[in-house]
Design a protein around this ligand. Structure first.
Ligand code: DGJ
Length: 733
């Protein structure tokens, strides 16, 4: 191998070794190259477009700088690092070198490469792992910290991964938000200094920021062109993403658990494994990265990801806490009559001593309130079955209220510091159970186990979580392990979920946390989908679902038709637009059907029937975002295309209205240029069909030009509104 020894100043501290041991990690979409020469630190060489053998061999001559693949603290000039520790003798430095490289296969058919390093002096090991899948472009990386010594080592910093991103004209795409406004997209050029994206909520880690980012390497982010790196931390708890743009030629990207107040004492012989960081690279813009993540998620990271989801009615916005048998029966009949497939009873069904009539009591008392449901849950399961649909139920098993029988019996089960009264959350009484405690793990498992054993007809669980971790302190963990609270919480949670999934592999489980607080790849392996937001306003959903779609496929995104005026924004939006937005995700309803007009019910019945036809395309197809609502062009548009390009669904939403407005015409994407596609409008409300209804166009024409979509719906004068939207189905001839 032709290797030129070069010494770099500043951050590039490594000379390229004379006998470099290259590791080439490759997928169909990307190559990652590392230099793992035994006895030397592990070096990062390359992450980008797929390389052939000749390219890998030539890398040493490319002038590229080799950076440490997993920078550690202590010996070099103080820069951002991935790991820092304190050894038992107080030494705060690390100096790991490669000892071996191993390759193995995991149960999922993936290949795992493990680079084992140990410190030159101290009995401390760092394994850096990389996992690739035969059928997905994503590369996952994570780290094991191994204490081979005889005394405790303190882990102060423990990132899952590090990636140097060559500077130039790099833009960052990230997501921020808050309750009812989750996953707002933000795009900015990376400038000098440090960008930190973090979460400290404890439980709802996508309530505000998201642990996923994209780096567009060729200037302003584009959807279908340009080199883009995508990164998602697969962790459900507190996280910290850092992008340090220093005096080198790189943006230094680190992602991992948020170590604040969570230092970890690694006992002798113990291994601490970080969550994985998933990385993807595409030359087809942000859209290329999204499609890779969606494909990977459906195949490997989402429960039942390759199956389609049922169309449901959820009771929350229809009745809130006002649960009663007659009302539930009516909702079951209503959704069944509209063609829905599942009814989900939300909050308010439980509590004996303390009935759950509002959010100030009863969590933990998961016994049906027979004052509301005299014939119990079994009756509702049977009712749903006789209506020809399935039944689902809401729970919030990680929580209790200080007003509950559970809390009265077991005040020691809650998260709380010693010698202090707990600060209480939602409803003035909500408290978080301490999943570090095995008894609490058992309790949470039993909540689900009892429901599903008693009522095997329950097909769906909405698993909610509506409080942050306040009151830092575990009544279970010893005094010298209080900083392990967050770690042990998620370990406990994982144990519970593993047990639930082992016993109930087929039940559908939705992750909800005050709306969209749990849209993350750390939680999804046990869950089928997540609730995008408590905000069901169709216009605002266009923005939130746009952001969410960057990393998550439509099959995972609960998207419901709700009432108007909307309960969160009080905006009045016509049914057609509400349907057209909800139909771009996992369609459901969040409404009281008895308050709907016959015309609205008929529209929903029609939409549900049409959604059933396009469901595989939306939920399993490739997403092409066409025109961003964030671009201020007055429009948003996207489409889904089946992998074989036989069928596509095109969405067009007008998001602002001015008289004599001029909107852009939207070229399509992802079609077979040489195939002919027939256009059919879905959810049509116009008095006359569109000019292209039933007509045929080549994929090339549609991708070069798009179709001229009328700005308004051609309906009777008294039915006109300021909203307009279109859904077009394209069928290859
Ligand atoms: C918060 C969720 O996001 C809502 O959908 C609903 O389930 C309520 N909790 C119930 O308390």
């Amino acid at each position: 191998m032709n290797c030129k020894p070069i010494l770099f100043a500043a951050v590039a501290l490594a000379a390229i070794p004379a006998s470099a041991e290259k590791i080439h990690i490759s997928t169909s979409e990307a190559s990652m190259v590392l230099d793992a020469e035994a006895g030397r630190p592990l070096h990062f060489v390359y992450f980008g477009a797929p390389l052939g053998t000749a390219d890998v061999e030539a890398l040493d001559n490319s002038g590229s700088r080799y950076l440490k693949a997993y920078p550690v603290y202590g010996l070099e000039a103080a820069r951002e690092t991935a790991m820092s520790v304190t050894h038992p003798d107080g030494n705060m430095t690390l100096d790991p070198v490669v000892r071996s490289v191993e390759t193995s296969k995991d149960a999922d058919g993936a290949t795992v490469i493990t680079v084992r390093m140990t410190d030159r002096v101290y009995p401390f090991g760092i394994n850096v792992n990389y996992r690739t899948y035969p059928d997905a472009g994503v590369i996952e990386t994570w780290v094991d910290a191994v204490n081979n010594g005889k005394k405790d080592v303190e882990l102060r910093e423990f990132a899952s991964g590090y990636l140097p991103v060559r500077s130039g004209d790099v833009y960052l795409t990230s997501f921020y938000g808050s309750w009812a406004n989750e996953a707002r997209m933000e795009e900015e050029p990376l400038t000098h200094g440090m960008k930190i994206i973090k979460n400290k909520d404890g439980l709802r880690n996508t309530h505000t920021a998201h642990p996923e980012v994209m780096f567009s390497l060729d200037g302003r982010p584009r959807e279908n062109e340009g080199r883009v790196i995508g990164a998602a931390l697969e962790y459900p708890g507190n996280y910290r993403l850092r992008i340090d743009t220093d005096d080198s030629d790189y943006h230094h990207f680190f992602a991992g658990i948020n170590e604040d107040n969570s230092a970890y004492t690694l006992a002798k012989g113990e291994t601490f494994t970080t969550p994985a960081l998933a990385l993807a690279y595409s030359q087809e813009g942000k859209g290329g990265v999204s499609r890779q993540f969606h494909n990977w998620a459906r195949r490997h990271r989402l429960a039942h990801g390759t199956e389609t989801r049922k169309i449901l009615l959820n009771s929350w916005e229809g009745v809130y806490f006002d649960i009663n048998e007659q009302g539930m029966h009516a909702m079951i009949d209503d959704i069944a009559s509209m063609g829905g497939e599942l009814f989900v009873m939300d909050d308010g069904w439980f509590g004996v001593k303390y009935p759950r009539n509002n959010d100030s009591s009863s969590l933990g008392d998961w016994t049906v309130d027979t004052r509301k449901l005299p014939k119990g849950i079994g009756n509702l399961v049977d009712k749903a079955r006789s209506a020809g649909i399935d039944f689902g139920i809401w729970i919030e098993p990680e929580m209790t209220n200080s007003v509950s029988e559970l809390y009265e019996a077991h005040p020691e089960y809650i998260i709380k510091p010693s010698n202090r009264e707990p600060v209480q959350g939602r409803g003035g009484t909500q408290l978080v159970l301490d999943l570090a405690n095995p008894k609490v793990q058992e309790l949470v498992f039993e909540v689900v186990d009892t429901l599903l054993t008693k009522y095997p007809g329950i097909d769906y669980i909405k698993w909610d979580s509506n409080a942050p971790v306040m009151n830092h302190g575990s009544q279970y963990l010893p005094a010298n392990r209080q900083s392990h609270l967050q770690h042990e919480y998620w370990r406990g949670f994982s144990k519970v979920m593993d047990r639930i999934r082992a016993k109930y592999p087929d039940v559908t489980i939705q992750a909800c946390a005050s709306g969209g607080g749990r849209a993350n790849y750390g939680i999804l392996p046990w869950f089928d989908e997540f609730w995008v937001s408590d905000n069901t306003d169709a216009l605002q959903r266009v923005f939130m679902q746009w952001g969410t779609s960057h990393f998550f496929p439509a099959v995972a995104m609960g998207s419901h038709i709700s009432a108007t005026p909307n309960h969160q924004t009080f905006r009045t939006i016509p049914m057609k637009f509400r349907i057209d937005v909800a139909m771009s995700g996992r369609l459901g309803m969040e409404i009281q059907p008895k308050n709907m007009t016959d015309e609205e019910k008929a529209m929903c019945r029609g939409a549900i029937a049409q959604y059933k036809e396009i469901r595989p395309v939306v939920q399993q197809g490739d997403l092409y975002r066409l025109l961003s609502p964030y671009d201020g062009k007055g429009l948003a548009s996207l489409m889904y295309v089946t992998p074989g390009k036989e069928q596509a669904v095109f969405y067009w939403w007008k998001i602002e209205t001015f008289a004599d407005q001029h909107l852009p015409r939207v070229p399509m994407a992802g079609l077979d240029p040489d195939a002919l596609y027939t256009v059919t409008e879905l959810n049509r409300v116009d008095n006359t069909p569109l000019p292209f209804e039933g007509k045929t166009f080549t994929g090339r024409y549609l991708m070069d030009n798009g179709l001229e979509i009328p700005y308004t719906n051609n309906v009777d004068y008294h039915k006109r509104t300021d909203y307009s939207s279109r859904v077009l189905r394209l069928d290859r001839k």
